[in-house]
Design a protein around this ligand. Structure first.
Ligand SMILES: [Zn+2]
Length: 351
């Protein structure tokens, strides 16, 4: 098949995973056979599900983006590991997912839900820019499911599949839907308990927002005989009051009195976790950018540190005392800067 899967969901090719997901939810609701009785809506609904099953799976999406053809053979392969946010929830069961699965026949999660290991979990952690610069040790607390010793067993209602078939009768006839098993909440196992867990994790220097740390085996316990899922710690680095970050480089902007730029100066400025001296040479123009080598963040891949860039902006006084005004007028006279004595051609910035 060579359909325009993005077009079916009504999103652009550069749509993010969450944009794809929300577009899918919106359009799937509109065309769901229980809701939309127009001719052709069921076929459309199937196309929508197919498009989403490809675009929500990072590997299949990549193949589709590269070759323009959706790889149907990969359907249901599931277990492609971590990608996007499917199957993740910061609490147990992911209530919204469950409601969604019930309504839409498990389309959002059915492909990867039942593998032989427990669910992966997500933990969101915010750190400061200073902590990202040096690396930091953090204690985290979260809940995961552990098997009750001896009593964890396969769910008999769904036979460990985590899903049950439900027949829904509507005016158009009967539809078979697959929903999350109400007894085991989709886990295929009963006899597991929520346990609070404390861990100390080491966050490496140079980490960026969106980076994840995988902690193997700290997700939910697996079904009988299966391994536990993993815990993914999603890092967010807080915005700093005055430092801006771009990769391993740091940017800061200073406003300095124009006299300091004209005459030059030496000033102490903050850098990440310390101070440095910036020498502003005389005759510095406004908007000039200085580079202070190796005062950025450590490069995660590769060696050394990024740089710090300092932009200086000239501050002009808005009000002058009569003495100041006199001096500036004298200065203007000395330099022959008055408008009437300058050629306007000299003032125009040429490209
Ligand atoms: Zn069950």
């Amino acid at each position: 098949m060579s359909q325009d899967l993005y077009g079916i969901l009504g999103v652009g090719k550069d749509a993010s995973a969450s944009e794809i997901k929300s577009a899918y939810r919106k359009i799937a609701r509109k065309y769901h056979p229980d809701v939309n009785k127009e001719a052709g809506s069921e076929a459309k609904f199937k196309d929508i599900q197919k498009a989403y099953s490809v675009l929500s799976d990072p590997q299949r999406k990549q193949r589709y983006d590269q070759f323009g053809v959706a790889d149907d053979s990969a359907a249901g392969s599931g277990g492609s590991g971590f990608g996007g946010f499917e199957g993740f929830s910061s609490n147990f069961g992911g209530n919204f997912e469950d409601i969604f699965d019930t309504f839409f026949g498990g389309s959002s999660r059915s492909q990867s839900s039942r593998s032989s290991s427990g669910e992966d979990l997500r933990f969101d952690l915010k750190i400061t820019l200073e902590e990202a610069a040096t690396g930091v040790e953090k204690d985290i607390e979260f809940y995961h499911l552990e098997n009750d010793s001896g009593s964890a067993k396969k769910c008999s209602e769904c036979n460990g599949l985590g899903q049950v078939k439900v027949v829904q009768r509507t005016m158009l006839g009967s539809f078979q839907q697959i929903s999350t098993c109400p007894t085991c909440k989709g886990r295929g196992v009963i006899g597991q308990k929520k346990v609070k867990k404390k861990l100390s994790i080491t966050i490496p220097a140079g980490i960026e927002s969106g980076n994840q740390l995988r902690i193997a085996g700290e997700g939910n316990a697996g079904p009988i005989g299966g391994s536990a899922g993993d815990l993914y710690v999603f890092i967010t680095v807080s915005e700093h009051d005055y430092f801006q970050r771009d990769g391993s480089d740091i940017y800061i902007t200073l406003e300095l009195p124009f006299t300091q730029l004209i005459l030059g100066c030496s000033i102490d400025i903050p850098v990440l976790n310390g101070n440095a001296t910036l020498k502003v040479p005389s005759g510095t123009q406004t908007d000039t950018r200085f580079r202070i080598k190796s005062k950025g963040l450590p490069r995660v891949q590769g060696f050394g540190k990024g740089d710090m860039y300092v932009k200086v902006i000239a501050l002009f006084p808005k009000h002058l005392s009569s003495k100041e005004k006199q001096l500036v007028e004298q200065f203007q006279e000395l330099r022959n800067d008055s408008v009437s004595t300058r050629n306007i051609e000299d003032c125009i910035v040429k490209r």
